[in-house]
Design a protein around this ligand. Structure first.
Ligand SMILES: Nc1ncnc2c1ncn2[C@@H]1O[C@H](COP(=O)(O)OP(=O)(O)O)[C@@H](O)[C@H]1O
Ligand SMILES: O=c1ccn([C@@H]2O[C@H](COP(=O)(O)O)[C@@H](O)[C@H]2O)c(=O)[nH]1
Length: 223
């Protein structure tokens, strides 16, 4: 495999379609892809009771263990495997399990804050923001949280109004300015094909890696 790997960050609001785009890229790229779901880097909260964990603001940047994510992304880019934490949304906490994640030529970091941290942004070769209207996102989220994350309708609506929406406006939406590419509505076939073309072109271009890695990001930090 080539070192450093080619790294893509996929950000966007909850329900925008980030995971779907990441899956589509992984399925289409034609070689193994290492996926890093940002959710796995929510802080360990075992010191709190379930009720306390349910009240945490999971849409604030402070909810994440950034240092661990930076370390893991760097290791994977350098061809080293990592022991990745796993997250369980039903209990609002990490599980006891860690999974060995192997590096590969293409690494996809995906999550609401994938473009938030300046150090992480500078490690990425391609920065993508999935932009989907808020009404579509909340409808998708209600369905997903009730079906897959063990929530009830009232809880999803309350959380959305109290934290998800204001934090999105304050912290997540501004990161679209850090993106190289904005994809409307998520699973957009044409956009995914263009991403694949870009990955292929970059990977064929010998010498890309170091040039890309050294590229400076001169836009202001969001931190
Ligand atoms: N372009 C799309 N059209 C219709 N449904 C979509 C699209 N993209 C994603 N979805 C659906 O919306 C829900 C949330 O998508 P997901 O990719 O998990 O969003 P995110 O990771 O941004 O929270 C999933 O049920 C997914 O199947
Ligand atoms: O324990 C938790 C942790 C996170 N959340 C919510 O998850 C979304 C981020 O995931 P997406 O797949 O991008 O939607 C975030 O908006 C948190 O509010 C949670 O509800 N509980």
């Amino acid at each position: 495999m080539s070192i450093p790997s080619f790294a893509i960050g996929i950000a966007g609001g909850t329900g925008a379609g980030k995971t779907t785009v990441a899956r589509n890229v992984a399925d289409t790229v034609g070689e193994p892809v290492t996926r890093i779901p940002l959710d796995n880097y929510y802080e360990e909260l075992s010191h709190l009771e379930y009720e306390q964990r349910a009240d945490v603001n999971y849409d604030h940047p402070d909810a994440f263990e950034w240092e661990l994510l930076r370390e893991h992304l760097e290791s994977l880019l350098l061809g080293q495997s990592v022991e990745m934490p796993q997250y369980d949304f039903e209990i609002h906490n990490r599980t006891d399990e860690r999974i060995t994640v192997e590096p590969s030529d293409v690494i996809v970091l995906e999550g609401i804050f994938a473009l938030f941290d300046k150090t992480i942004r500078e490690m990425l070769d391609l920065r993508v923001y999935v932009m989907t209207d808020a009404d579509v996102r909340i409808l998708r989220r209600i369905e997903r949280d009730v079906v897959e994350r063990g929530r009830d309708l009232e809880g999803v609506i309350e959380q959305y109004l109290e934290t998800v929406k204001p934090m999105h406006e304050q912290f997540v939406a501004p990161t679209r300015k850090q993106a190289d590419v904005i994809i409307p509505e998520g699973a957009n076939r044409m956009a995914v094909d263009l991403l694949i073309d870009k990955i292929d072109a970059e990977r064929e271009d010998e010498g890309r890696s170091s040039a890309g890695r050294e590229r400076s990001v001169d836009s202001p930090t969001l931190e």
